[in-house]
Design a binder for this molecule. Structure first.
Ligand code: F6R
Length: 609
């Protein structure tokens, strides 16, 4: 998982590439590099560590020039080092390549090229591209790249420049995202629209098997077979500020606060004003298909998996369809039974996660129809699915997923209600109450964010403890799992999530004054049982933070500190409960001084198995 950028035009290309990389740093951040061509000569700088180290080098030793490509890396082949950082160069140093993806047959290509006399410097798969293009170069860099593509297997978004033709960038894509930003007298290449949004709101979204020649004044698009193509520019629907932190200290904080707006965008036009119907045309399913469903298999990774668990609960409970939810990385090994009329639902913020993509393909290969719940428009998972419901959350840049999670649940809940409407498996009064509750989520989110200072006080009280338990039951077991994941991934505090009912079967042995428990005990089906579990923990001197409803005075004697959430139907509560748990994780990590937007060892999107 990496990010690539390129710029050609009258301004200082290295600086523009660096700014683009800053917006792509969420894709990887263990090393970075830029290659510039000026007066027909290539100049390269690479640095290990966060991107700002590259920025400091560029500030101290500027690299002027009108043409540049850049890269931010998350290591897959070869450890983070200057040698393994991109751009990678040909033997003569005249061709430079940046690449996001994996060249599967790189070992074989490397052996061949080495036997032919090419000298490799790095342990990366990408370096073979530079040498291959060098070998195939015959006076036309575009043709050389196309020929190289013919022998490369795997996934790639690449940008290539050469001293021989310092007036162009050649770019191509297969299974890794790529856009060409359209400027005036200048043009851009990037992995993601967020990288160019500061400069332009128009891009060409490059599809699999397509390539581009980008010059100052022109962008020519082709199939990788060489035949020219035409396509309409895509106008980026969100403002430039959406990809910047604004007044927030971290992207994660900004994105937590964007949830009311993101929820409104997700709901817009999908629940009628009178709350009497859900409209989800992009599901691409007829009423007959919905009525005929025999089974639903949801699949996703990490936070999106937790949203999937909520979706499974909702679909089974309301639409009365047997539903399973698999970790995408486990789906293949389980070899699930696909009946006639099985629907797969894949959930992904990025639409690029490799495990989820492979699970999607597995479900389709076994005959399931697949619907995607995705944030990133036009992503590979969206394209390969039979239907897609976009969650409309806007760009999510912080590594820890927040607004995408609540958007995923909101979308899955709408799908479940829609299925129940069509199948007539739940009383209309219940469905109407749920639709109303979903429509009320944005306002409840505003109220929960207003209460942030209360969560800050809790973080100040508990940040020094190294161990925590998150407990829930029923539809809020996934909420406990997500709360624990948020805390561990950004604060490195050990956080375990359990069904509260499981405590007595082992984990209760952990309980002691140094381990705090976050217990989700909002009103609903499992409330009484949760209260019993909280009593058991306090009887063993374990401090308890209770996530409880406003006005529930009776529960206060069973907890040390409350997190108050406004009441709503239990089935909708995972959406609102998510916000204070995100804030708790955020503030604990902030007090501990951690690098919240770029936690160690993680990348925003995991495009490897
Ligand atoms: C955690 C987090 C990850 C992602 C997971 C799936 O905060 O963000 O667990 O949810 O890697 O990513 P997507 O949704 O892009 O498929």
């Amino acid at each position: 998982m990496c990010g690539i950028v390129g710029y050609i035009g009258p301004r200082e290309a290295a600086g523009i590439c660096y700014e683009g990389l800053r917006r792509l740093e969420y894709r990887g951040y263990d090393s970075a590099g830029i290659a510039v061509i000026r007066d027909g000569r290539m100049d390269v700088v690479k640095r290990v560590g966060k991107l700002r180290i590259l920025g400091e080098t560029l500030a101290a030793e500027p690299m002027p020039g009108p043409l540049a490509i850049g890269h931010t890396r998350w290591a897959t082949h070869g450890k983070p080092s200057e040698t393994n950082s991109h751009p990678h160069l040909s033997c003569d140093g005249k061709i430079a390549v940046v690449h996001n993806g994996i060249i599967e047959n790189y070992a074989e290509l490397r052996d061949q090229l080495t036997a032919e006399g090419h000298e490799f410097k790095s342990q990366t798969d990408t370096e073979v591209i530079a040498h291959l293009v060098e070998k195939l170069y015959d006076g036309d860099i575009f043709q050389a790249v196309l020929k190289a593509i013919e022998v490369m297997r795997g996934a790639y978004a690449i940008a290539v420049i050469t001293e021989h033709e310092p007036d162009k960038i050649v770019a191509a894509r297969l299974r890794s995202p790529l856009v060409i930003g359209i400027g005036e007298g200048e043009n851009y290449v990037a992995s993601d629209m967020a990288a160019v949004r500061q400069e332009t709101d128009k891009v060409y979204v490059i599809d699999d098997g397509e390539a581009a020649i980008v010059t100052r004044d022109d962008i020519k698009l082709f199939k990788v077979t060489g035949e020219p193509i035409a396509k309409d520019p895509y106008v980026i629907p969100w403002p430039a500020e959406a990809a910047a932190k604004g007044e927030h200290k971290h992207f994660m904080h900004k994105e937590i606060h964007e949830q009311p707006e993101a929820m409104r965008a997700c709901l817009a036009g999908r629940i009628t004003e009178a709350a009497d119907r859900v409209i989800l045309e992009s599901l691409n399913m007829t009423p007959e298909e919905i009525r005929g469903l025999k089974k639903v298999i949801l699949t996703a990774c990490g936070t999106a998996y937790h949203a999937g668990l909520v979706g499974r609960f909702m679909i089974e409970k309301l639409a009365r369809i047997p539903a399973e939810c698999d970790l995408a990385a486990e789906l293949q090994a389980r070899d699930p039974v696909i009946l006639d009329n099985t629907l797969g639902i894949v959930i992904s913020q990025s639409g690029e996660t490799m495990d989820t993509l492979l699970a999607l393909r597995e479900l389709k290969a076994k005959g399931a129809k697949v619907v995607a719940v995705v944030n990133r428009v036009d992503s590979v998972i969206a394209r390969e699915s039979d239907g897609v419901v976009y969650i409309q959350a806007g760009p999510e840049i912080g590594v820890a997923s927040t607004k995408a999670y609540t958007g995923q649940i909101l979308t899955l809940e709408m799908i479940a209600v829609h299925f129940a409407e069509v199948r007539q498996t739940a009383p209309e009064a219940e469905l109407k109450a749920l639709r109303r509750a979903l429509l009320a989520c944005p306002d409840q989110a505003v109220e929960l964010l207003r209460r942030e200072p209360d969560v800050v006080k809790l973080a100040e009280k508990y940040w020094q403890l190294h161990n925590s338990l998150y407990l829930g039951r029923g539809i809020n077991l996934p909420s406990a799992m997500e709360g624990a994941l948020k805390l561990k991934e950004i604060s490195y505090v050990h956080a375990e999530a359990y069904s509260a009912g499981e405590m007595k079967h082992g984990p209760i042995a952990l309980v002691c004054p140094d381990l705090y428990t976050v217990a989700i005990a909002v009103q609903g089906q499992v409330y009484e049982q949760m209260v019993g579990n909280m009593q058991e923990i306090r009887a063993r001197s374990g401090p308890v933070i209770g996530v409880v409803n406003d006005g529930d005075e009776a529960i206060r004697e069973h907890l040390d500190d409350p997190i108050l959430v406004p009441p709503c139907p239990e089935l909708v509560s995972p959406i609102t409960i998510a916000l204070p748990l995100q804030l708790l994780a955020y503030h604990i990590a902030d007090i501990r001084g951690e690098d919240i937007d770029q936690p160690r060892n993680l990348a925003k999107t995991v495009t490897v198995e």
